[in-house]
Every structure is written in C-alpha cells, then in structure tokens.
Design a protein around this ligand. Structure first.
Ligand code: G1P
Length: 293
C-alpha cells in the first residue's frame, strides 16, 4: 500500500528553550525566517506525503494558526503590494492537509505515535520528529519509502555518531544487506551508555512504520526516562521479524539538529549559509567575525 500519511509529534514542552517557549511552541522557533515545523512539513510533502497529522498538546495553538489563512495579514500585504510575502504566507496554508490530535498525557514518543492510530488506520505511515531537519537537497525520506516498498517492512533512519553521544539516541544492532546504505536492524536500545551501545548507528528522527506497531505500542511498558518508547516497540518488531521486520537507511547527508540551544545555533548558521539570498553576505561576515575573534 503506498504511503500517504505523515505523523509529526509536536507535544513536547520545549523546556530546553525556556523562557522563549513559555508562551510559544518550540516548533515555532525560527530557523532563519521559517518556523522549524514548516521545514518538516515541507520535507513530508516533497516525499509525496500530503496528509499530515500533528500530535499536539496544550499551548500549541500557534501551530494551527501558522498553517491556517490569516486574512487580515493577507489584506494588509495585498494593500501594500507586497506580493512576494503574500504568496509566501499563503503557501504555508496550502502545503498539505494538516490534521491535529492532542496527546493529552505526556507519556513519551511511543505514546504520542499511538495517538495517530485512529487517523492512520491499517496503512503504513511516516513519522518525522521536529528536532531533526534534513536538508532539502538530500532525499532521505524518499529513500526510506523505497526501502519500505521493496521489503514491506518498517524502516528507520540511522546516522553514524560519536560513541560518547549514545545516551542521546536510540542505537541499532545491524547486519549488512546487499546495499551499502541499507542494513537489517536486529535490535534497538533507547539511550544506552557508550559502553552498552551495540553500534555507533543512531536513530535519527525519521521512521516508516507498519501499522502493526500500534498493538505493540499498546502493550509497551514505560522504559528509558520512565516514558513509553517508540524504540522499544521497534525493538520487538526487529527481534520477531514480524510485519517485515525493521530495516535501516544509513544517512550520510546534511542533518540539522534543533533539539538544544547549541545545536539550534549551529542549524541556523548551516541553513543561513546555504541560502541563495542571505548565504553570500552572511558567510563573508561570519569569516570576518571568526578571524576577528
Ligand atoms: C527520540 C528517540 C530516539 C531518537 C531521537 C532522534 O529521542 O526516542 O530513539 O534517536 O529521538 O532525535 P529524543 O530526542 O526525543 O529524546
């Protein structure tokens, strides 16, 4: 069955960005001039997923407003003759069919994904985590969909990391396949210490999931951090080989992490320097700034 639905968990409190996120969702923090969440929705749409379900919570109304029409603002831009900005704000309302469901209880990523069950039904679907931005020149999600289509399995995105960072990620046990950048995942463990990590391949926030993950999530007990972990449910699928098992696509492209303050600053610099409009001037200034320091 072709994949058409993307699920974007966006219920987190964003405590790492307080006080900026006291009255504003962390997903609305700008990366240059677009909120982080818009990059993620655009990535889903670029991979052909036009049905987007956001898992939200309290204080997330700005997300709905961002993807909705803003008639007063449109009229003001129209009156000013600012067609460029007008088209830009209308574009964000036409990107995708966006649906929202609230998580209600903040019990973890696995619990958030389980909230998508009614909307997704018996279809395979994608999950995109908003803290990870994938450069639009790299087609990770499309590659994962191809692997899913060929093997009728769940697929995770993996990236090589420094072992010292294992405690921040789900880490995979893998076996090679006939394709260089595709591996069979035989096990997954959430946030192990460097010593306990089975490899240096970390799950980054892109998943293609078989709907069989839902009943497994329903019976998944709280794990790492006292939360219901998606990693634990996928570990069951990987171990049993049920529903096609789990494969991994090893990503070697450009990923920008916006999950904490330092990474967020790096993400902005990386995105800004690669922009046609701002990149050249910003890069010149940045070189001078670094040299001066
Ligand atoms: C989540 C997942 C983890 C994954 C990570 C990728 O963790 O639980 O397995 O490696 O996203 O960013 P979080 O970053 O939400 O703690």
């Amino acid at each position: 069955m072709p994949i058409s639905k993307a699920v974007i968990p966006a219920a987190g409190l964003g405590t790492r960005f307080l006080p900026a996120t006291k009255a504003m969702p962390k997903e609305m923090l700008p990366v240059v001039d677009k909120p982080a969440i818009q990059y993620v929705v655009e990535e889903a749409v670029n991979a052909g997923l036009h049905d987007v379900l956001m898992i939200t919570g309290r204080n997330k109304n700005a997300l709905e407003n961002h993807f909705d029409r803003a008639t007063e603002l449109e009229a003001a831009l129209e009156a000013k003759g600012d067609q460029k900005r007008l088209q830009e704000i209308i574009r964000s309302t036409q990107l995708a069919n966006i649906h929202y469901v609230r998580q209600r209880d903040p019990l973890g990523l696995g619990h958030a994904v389980l909230r998508a069950q009614m909307h997704v039904g018996r279809e395979p679907f994608a999950v995109l985590l908003g803290d990870d931005l994938i450069d639009e020149r790299d087609s990770l999600l499309s590659q994962m969909i191809e692997v899913h289509d060929a093997r009728a399995s769940s697929v995770v995105a993996l990236m090589e990391i420094e072992p010292a960072l294992s405690h921040l990620y789900g880490i995979a046990t893998v076996e090679t396949t006939e394709h260089d950048d595709v591996v069979t995942v035989t096990g997954l463990v959430e946030k192990p210490t460097a010593d306990a990590a089975p490899s240096n391949l970390a799950v980054i926030g892109r998943y293609i999931l078989q709907p069989d993950v839902f009943p497994i999530l329903e019976s998944t007990q709280a794990g790492s951090g006292g939360e219901i972990q998606l990693t634990d449910a996928l570990n069951s699928l990987a171990g049993s080989g049920e529903a096609g098992g789990v494969y991994g696509v090893v990503f070697r492209g450009r990923r920008y992490d916006t999950g904490d303050r330092l990474d967020y600053l790096k993400a902005i610099v990386q995105v800004a320097t690669s922009r046609d409009d701002l990149g050249p001037d910003f890069t010149t200034w940045l070189r001078e700034f670094v040299a001066r320091d």
